[in-house]
Design a protein around this ligand. Sequence first.
Ligand code: TXA
Ligand code: MG
Length: 346
Amino acid sequence: MKTLVLKVNPKKPELEKIRIAAELLRKGKLVAFPTETVYGLGANAFDEQAVKKIFKAKGRPLDNPIIVHIYSLKQLYEIASKIPEEALLLAKRFWPGPLTIILPKKKSIPDVVTANLKTVAVRMPKHAVARALCKQAALPIAAPSANISGKPSPTSAKHVKEDFYGKIACIIDAGRTNIGLESTVVDLSSKRPVLLRPGGVTAEQLKKILTELEVHAVAKAEKSVSIAKSPGTKYRHYAPEAKLILVEGKKEKALAKAVELAEQHAISGLRTALLLIDVKKDMALENVVVKRFSTKLSAARHLFSALRELDEQGIEIIVVNGIDERGLGLAIMNRLRRACSERIRV
Ligand code: TXA
Ligand code: MG
């Protein structure tokens, strides 16, 4: 298949280019597009056949439901059957933005989108390109992250091309995404609000609006619990080709252990990298590739691209230090716990 790549201005997307992509969506084709979190692989959410193409292209298990992206609050009423007060409060505070809300669904959304669940996940993205595309298509857009299932999510069009060039109709290239981790997912479909996936909006921010919020065990990814409510959480995610070892514990101790392990693996002859999260001081180690992020914000923004880059360099072992779960820390730890093949506690 020929893939049309449209380079657009991330802040002021050229209308004529967005119209081409919107028309492809309306014809039932797949279009990859940037959002403020990660790139999405979009299809017309009302078109069952088009949505099936997403599952096929990604190799995504059919029991993993997809987020529906909207442009206006009016569209929310077209796809959700019950919209509680809390949903409107959250929408007012965080939309457009990196928050996904789960609500009871209307029949307008085909079952394939929601993997036969009675609920639908909805998000109003903030990225100017995503907004322009939703507006021009005049459709809700079903879109998971634009990566082959199991791989790190794409934060640039380059990543999307690696996985889908020649396999989908169109890729909109607007450079790097800003937040770098996927949206926060909150379930408002039952009595109490539940945080299912931490992301760009923090649990602390949500608690300022919601009087109660249960942080589900899957949000921490503490152990590999799976729940019927969010089937996607049972699959391993974000995994690089390299073996990723996560060292958790008090900051200084975890850091010291991560350094020790990286040095040991390097001495044993393996191509080794050390990923430092929220570490202010520079560090150089012999025969170890060191990638350091000095804040949680920059770690979130660059984590997925760092994992892909280390794979490209042929790294065999990546050791990473765990951090505290405050603010973006919870989202970062969730991704690391789900991406790693080994967890060590010190
Ligand atoms: O930032 C994001 O959310 C990106 C951009 C493209 O918007 N999208 C994204 O989609 O991360 P995806 O498919 O990679 O992750 C969606 C998550 C999955 O864990 C899925 O299981 C969950 O949301 N989900 C979707 N619909 C659901 C539903 N009805 N009930 C519970 N969980 C749902
Ligand atoms: Mg994904």
